[in-house]
Design a protein around this ligand. Structure first.
Ligand code: NAP
Length: 497
């Protein structure tokens, strides 16, 4: 199509000009673009069309909006944008944004003649039901209705609000796809000029995938969240039986007031601690499997593969629960029940004629477990911060694996110490076995201790050397002779699990 390169050239000439600031009138409104500015059409006068027009005008484009009722819509657009009937709006621009819903595309067919040979930018988003119902994407459907046009999918991931506010306040990436490289380039240059970042997603066949992007709701978080919720429910029920039900049934004491704060606060660290150990358990299992198979070239089972991929989310949920535990712990002394308990204790002491209550062992135990707990939370927060993409991108692979693997393991060891010192001798005292149920902390220690012991085991030279060899490509049944590099740093680097 002969007109397309012309559009692209014209636009690329304009891209060098500064953006929004240049086009503001003295009263702050968007001024008319220079007469030579590229002309862009928009079909539709809704929320998206309005934001798009504002940004396009601010980026130096000549905007003409096509509406079924221009009189009604004109007041909603910047004065620099021309609002007219659909048929007039599409006659001169080479690039036209279709800012109407899919179900109304067919009503635009009467413009087929005027639209012939032009670039149509499909900005639409299907709903979840529409996405499931239609086999072809909105963009492909638009292309089938207008076979003489070139359809490019773009801007659907950008909300009207982000368009209006500008790219600084939102997602900057704009996935683009289309079958015509020239048309894609023209739209990409417009995306650039508007302050966004185009991301080429290939041909129009990818448009279904591009349209699915805004439909995603935190992918990768479903299983870890369900896992955390499941653990929370189990531990909460267990703590409820021990701390509330048992005193009620056996001692006729009403401790139901503990449900909102105290029981939650004893449950959260259990969840955080077990989740943290579940971040490192799949690494241990993977290492054990590699040692058993004598190769790294056989695929892990799917469940282990998925588990390994979800470690970041599980770790972040562990940090979330640990942070909540810290906040809840701060709230404990604020509760009315705590004050009553303190006063009652003081009264009891006075009645018993005791003036100085100080149990040295208890004092030290608490000082130490609190301090270790704070250290564990601090280390965990380092892990959480370095898992943010902007921070992770600034670390090289060795730094990232040091923080995630070594510091993460330190956090697990600190949490174990926190738990052990908190529990102290309670695991061995019969009175703490309420309804014959062991104290909760003893249950939580199970998986973390297995992980710590296994990691310790893998540090033994017989295992660590073999693991290092396997991770450098050695295979037990292979005929190829293999010598591990002697540098201890390299052996250590490859022995992370
Ligand atoms: P909207 O406010 O409902 O606007 C839709 C516009 O379509 C109407 O204002 C109407 O303008 C026009 N239209 C043309 N033919 C029509 C017909 N036969 N019946 C009804 N309306 C017709 O919707 P919107 O939020 O701007 O969304 C427009 C498109 O942008 C949708 O495909 C949406 O998926 C996409 N999108 C929106 C956002 C967002 O944040 N809003 C974000 C990304 C993508 P006239 O009456 O002037 O003709």
């Amino acid at each position: 199509m002969s007109h397309q390169p012309a559009v692209a050239t014209k636009m690329s000439g304009e891209m060098d000009k500064p953006l929004i600031g240049r086009h503001l009138d003295s009263d702050g409104s968007l001024a008319e673009a220079p007469s030579g500015a590229p002309k862009v059409g928009i079909l539709g006068s809704g929320d998206f069309a309005r934001s798009l027009a504002t940004r396009l005008v601010g980026s130096g484009f000549n905007v003409v909006v096509g509406s079924r009722n221009p009189k009604r819509s004109a007041g909603l657009f910047p004065s620099a944008a021309q609002v007219t009937f659909q048929v007039d709006a599409v006659s001169s621009p080479e690039v036209i944004f279709v800012a109407v819903f899919r179900e109304h595309y067919s009503s635009l067919c009467r413009l087929s003649e005027q639209l012939a040979g032009k670039i149509l930018v499909d900005v639409s988003n299907p709903t979840e039901q529409e996405h499931l119902r239609h086999r072809e994407s909105n963009a492909e459907y638009l292309a089938s209705l207008f076979p003489t046009c070139t359809v490019v999918k773009a801007f659907n991931v950008i909300s009207a609000w982000t368009l209006q506010a500008g790219p600084r306040d939102g997602n900057r990436q704009v996935p683009i796809c289309g079958d015509q490289p020239e048309a894609k380039r023209a739209v990409s240059e417009m995306v650039h000029a508007m302050g966004f970042m185009p991301v080429d997603m290939g041909s129009l066949a990818s448009s279904r995938e591009v349209e699915a992007i805004p439909l995603r709701l935190l992918p990768g978080w479903k299983v870890p969240t369900l896992l955390a919720l499941g653990l929370f429910v189990c531990f909460y029920a267990y703590n409820f039986i021990r701390d509330v039900l048992q005193p009620y049934v056996q001692e006729r004491k009403n401790k139901f007031y503990k449900l909102p704060v105290s029981v939650v606060n004893t449950t959260l660290p259990c969840v955080a601690y077990v989740l943290l150990s579940l971040v490192y358990l799949p690494g241990v299992l993977a290492a054990a499997l590699q040692l058993r198979r004598g190769t790294k070239y056989r695929r892990f089972p799917d469940w282990l593969d998925h588990w390994l991929q979800h470690r970041k989310q599980i770790g972040l949920l562990s940090f979330f629960c640990a942070a909540l535990h810290a906040l809840y712990s701060f709230c404990l002394p604020l509760r009315r029940s705590h004050r009553y308990d303190l006063v009652n204790l003081a009264v009891k002491q006075v009645l018993a004629n005791k003036s100085h209550l100080w149990v040295e062992e208890e004092v030290w135990r608490m000082e130490i477990y609190l301090s270790v707990g704070v250290l564990a939370l601090g280390t965990l927060s380092l892990l959480a911060v370095t898992s943010l993409p902007s921070i992770a991108n600034s670390l090289n692979w060795r730094e990232f694996s040091f923080v995630q693997s070594t510091l993460g393991f330190v956090a697990l060891v600190l949490s174990t110490l926190h738990t052990l010192i908190y529990g102290w001798t309670r695991a061995f005292e019969e009175k703490h076995y309420k309804f014959f149920l062991p104290p909760t902390f003893t249950l939580t220690l199970l998986v973390p201790c297995v992980v710590i012991l296994a990691r310790g085991l893998f540090l033994l030279p017989c295992f660590s050397r073999r693991l290092a060899k396997i991770r450098r490509g050695w295979e037990r049944d292979s005929a190829v002779k293999f010598t591990l590099p002697t540098a201890p740093a390299l052996a250590e680097k490859t022995s992370h699990v």
